[in-house]
Every structure is written in structure tokens, then in C-alpha cells.
Design a protein around this ligand. Structure first.
Ligand code: FAD
Length: 420
């Protein structure tokens, strides 16, 4: 395969969230010069700042599935469900919802399972290797995860999904409720069933992960530019960027890693990529007497819990609310109340609330590939619920595409043109 971007050329990486910093490191490692451009300090603006910190090795099933399709009408009608669409955004999100519904077909879903399983097959090698190079291995723990089900019905329904995951080599085991309460004594005893998987990690501070990888990128030669990229255009020799400072930059190539804000740039390249925003909410509380020993996923509430280095974080939910409207205080309150309801002794006196914009594609697969009209511009965005999980593998795949070397996995399912 021919290189997309000439060897040794200079590449602008647009967006220094978790995906951008991982791409920057791998491109430097492949022999490119890199400038990392962000309107904010790395990891301080998008969801990379304060996500739940789960490295979801066992998660290979797209959210867009026949099961979700059947459940969606009920979820939309139930004010207490984890899915919510604000009134002002309902019309705007219809085209994306239609593509989501289309992606829920069995065949598309199964293609998605294969694609995510292949991406996850790179996960641990890429993560362990990158974190070691960046000197942040100490921030990664591998405690495994426990999925919790409140009713017999939801536990039973989940078995179909776990059985499918097993056929892709995902190992899980049922966890008797008495044992669950011994392993996680701070949980309130509401559960009908639980599933344990060892294939799950946790970072104890997601923002420090971005900072650590950004620092490593800078130490190995990346130049950090603090600016917003207002426009991008291809040229015969590469790309031209206009920054909000008025500066014009010419580079041999670019990677768009602007998370949920990437659409603004891809539109200028003539591509209408169906990227939407799934907003998520969480609370972080120091609650000194409450700690957990695993990543916890509360399947019925649509929230997860994470033990950070000095606090407990609980959150999730899915609000299709776009980029512009402010966080919904009612959803912040809901997360706070859910957290109190899950743990017997949670102290939320100093809890802080946060809302982040997940960059989401209708079929739950990220976009990792070349721009439609030029190989000089690469795309790495749309990682949805699992950007922290998939960022190191994405960085490796982007470097492969730039250099023109064959990748460990087939990247065709992640192409931006899959919706044409
Ligand atoms: C509540 C919640 C919990 C989550 N939990 C997990 C989890 O446990 N595990 C997991 O794997 N994932 C999780 N995620 C998802 C994960 O956080 C995201 O998928 C990931 O952070 C996306 O990273 P990114 O680098 O693509 O985008 P971002 O983090 O949004 O970074 C994009 C960067 O681009 C910059 N930018 C945008 N436009 C421009 C421009 N025009 N010019 C210059 N800079 C620009 C922004 O300033 C930003 O810094 C969670 C998300 C949420 C909201």
C-alpha cells in the first residue's frame, strides 16, 4: 500500500482529547513530525476529561442492535429510562435516529460485532504498550468488571448477549449474589443476578491519562498549538488550515480527532458524516467510607461506577441533545439520586456533577480511515461510549494508514463512507 502522507512529513492532529494524543504519539513513532492543535489544554474540554475511566475489553456488541431497537420506544416514553431526548432537539435528531434504527438490523449488527471484536483484539497490547511508553502504567488497574441486574428478567435477557460475546472469545462467569455482596460490600442488596468478567480495566484518573500521553508526545517532538481550527481544505501538496488566531497553516497531512466537533470540519471536505452527540452525566464524590473493588455496570439503570484514585465516580445516561444546549439539571439530579440509591453509605456532600459529549455514530463504530477525497486527511472520531478504550488501537491504525503499512485488522468497517 502507498503511504497516505509522505514519510517524514508534518501532520496536524486536530483535537487533543484521548484519541488525538494517542494518534500524535503513534505518528511520531512512525517518523512523522506532528503538531497537535487544540482550542483548549489537552484533555480539558471534551469527554476525555472526566469519563468513567473503564477500559471495556469485554464490550464488543454495538449499542445499535435488534434488542435495542425493540426496547427504544419504551425507553423514549419512560421519563426515568437512561435514554432521553430534549424537546428542542427531537426534530434535529430524527435523521440520525433513522440511521440508528437501520443499523439495528441483524446483519449490520453482526458486522458491527465482528468489527468491534477485531478492534478489541488490539486493545490490551496497544494500551499496555502506549501507557508504558508514556510512563502512565501506574494509572491503569485491571480489576475486572461486574455487571449487575436488578430483576430476574433483565438478568435472563442479558444471557443472550453474553452467549454471543462468548462465541467471540469473551469469557464471563455468573457471580452468585451472596458472593457479589462479599466482593462489593458497599452495594445495597438489590440484585437478582450478576456477571463477572476479567477482561475489563479501569484508569484511576482519565484526565491524567490524556495529560500523560500529551506530555509524552511533546517530549518526543510534537508541537502543541493552542487554537481552534476554523477551516480545513485539501491542497495539491497536503492540507491548509485556518486558525481562529488568523494564522494559516500548511501541512503535508492532517488527522481530524475533534471528537463530537469533527463534523464541522468534515463538512468542509464535502462529507456529510452522520456524527451525533450522546451526552452523558456523572457525579464524582470523595465519599471516604465508600469504595469499590471492580468496575461496576448497573445494567438496568444505565450507569456505571468507578473507583478513582481519590474518589468514586458514578454516571452514564444517554441524552441525544447536541452540542449547544446546556446540561440538564434534572439529569444531573437523577444521577445523584441513582448513585445514592446504589450504595448504602455514599456521602455526596462534596459531589461534583459533569456532563460530556460522546461523539457517536449510528452503528456504534468509530470512524478510522481516510477522507473520501484525499488520503492526506485521516479521520479518527466517533468513538461514542468507548473512546478511552479504543484510543490506543486507533492511534496505531492511523499511523498504519499514514505510512501505508498493512494493519493488524481490516479497517474497512470503520470507513467514513460506510453510510453512503
Ligand atoms: C459520561 C461519560 C462516560 C464515559 N465513560 C467512558 C468509559 O468509561 N470508557 C470509555 O472508553 N469511554 C468513555 N466515554 C467516552 C469517551 O469519553 C469518549 O469517546 C472520548 O473521550 C472521545 O475522545 P476524543 O478524543 O475523540 O474527543 P474529545 O475528548 O471530545 O476531544 C476532542 C478535542 O478536540 C478539540 N477540538 C474540537 N474542535 C476543535 C477545533 N475546531 N479546533 C481545535 N480543537 C478542537 C476539543 O477541544 C477537544 O479537546 C464516556 C463519555 C461520557 C460522556
Amino acid at each position: 500500500m502507498k503511504p497516505s502522507i509522505p514519510p517524514g512529513g508534518e501532520i496536524a492532529v486536530i483535537g487533543a482529547g484521548i484519541v488525538g494524543v494517542c494518534c500524535a504519539v503513534e505518528l511520531l513513532d512512525a517518523g512523522y513530525r506532528v503538531c497537535l492543535i487544540d482550542q483548549a489544554k489537552p484533555g480539558t474540554f471534551g469527554p476525555s476529561k472526566a469519563n468513567a475511566g473503564h477500559i471495556a475489553g469485554a464490550s464488543i456488541l454495538p449499542l445499535a442492535s435488534p434488542t435495542t431497537f425493540r426496547a427504544t420506544p419504551g425507553l423514549l416514553l419512560d421519563r426515568q429510562s437512561p435514554l432521553y431526548i430534549p424537546l428542542s432537539y427531537r426534530l434535529k435528531v430524527i435523521p440520525w435516529l433513522m440511521r440508528f434504527a437501520w443499523s439495528c438490523r441483524e446483519r449490520t449488527f453482526m458486522n458491527g460485532v465482528h468489527a468491534l471484536a477485531s478492534l478489541n483484539s488490539m486493545l490490551w497490547n496497544c494500551t499496555d504498550d502506549l501507557y508504558a511508553r508514556a510512563g502512565i502504567t501506574g494509572l491503569l488497574k485491571k480489576p475486572g468488571a461486574i455487571f449487575l441486574y436488578e430483576s430476574e428478567r433483565s438478568y435472563r435477557q442479558a444471557q443472550t448477549a453474553w452467549a454471543l460475546s462468548k462465541t467471540f472469545g469473551i469469557e464471563t462467569s455468573p457471580l452468585p449474589v451472596e458472593q457479589l455482596m462479599k466482593l462489593e460490600p458497599h452495594l445495597k442488596p438489590h440484585y437478582a443476578g450478576a456477571i463477572h468478567t476479567a477482561n475489563w480495566g479501569v484508569v484511576v484518573d482519565p484526565q491524567k491519562i490524556v495529560h500523560g500521553i500529551a506530555k509524552h508526545a511533546i517530549e518526543t517532538g510534537a508541537r502543541l498549538i493552542r487554537a481552534r481550527v476554523n477551516s480545513i481544505a485539501r491542497t495539491t501538496e497536503g492540507v491548509e488550515l485556518m486558525l481562529d488566531s488568523g494564522e494559516r497553516l500548511e501541512r503535508d497531512g492532517a488527522v481530524i480527532t475533534a471528537g463530537a466537533w469533527s463534523k464541522h470540519l468534515t463538512r468542509q471536505l464535502g462529507e456529510n458524516i452522520p456524527l451525533e452527540v450522546e451526552r452523558g452525566y456523572n457525579i464524582t464524590t470523595s465519599s471516604p467510607d465508600t469504595s469499590i473493588n471492580h468496575a461496576l455496570i448497573f445494567a438496568d439503570q444505565g450507569v456505571v461506577a468507578t473507583q478513582l484514585s481519590d474518589a468514586l465516580r458514578v454516571g452514564g445516561l444517554d441524552e441525544l441533545g447536541g452540542l449547544d444546549i446546556p446540561a440538564d439539571p434534572a439529569l444531573e439530579q437523577r444521577v445523584l439520586e441513582t448513585a445514592r440509591d446504589l450504595f448504602s453509605d455514599l456521602d455526596t456532600t462534596d459531589a461534583t456533577s459533569w456532563m460530556g459529549h460522546r461523539p457517536s455514530m449510528p452503528d456504534s463504530l468509530p470512524v478510522i480511515g481516510r477522507a473520501k477525497k484525499t488520503g492526506r486527511i485521516l479521520y479518527a472520531f466517533g468513538h461514542g461510549h468507548y473512546g478511552l478504550t479504543h484510543a490506543p488501537a486507533t492511534g496505531t491504525l492511523i499511523a498504519d494508514l499514514a505510512v501505508g503499512r498493512s494493519s493488524q485488522i481490516d479497517t474497512a468497517p470503520f470507513s467514513s463512507t460506510r453510510f453512503l
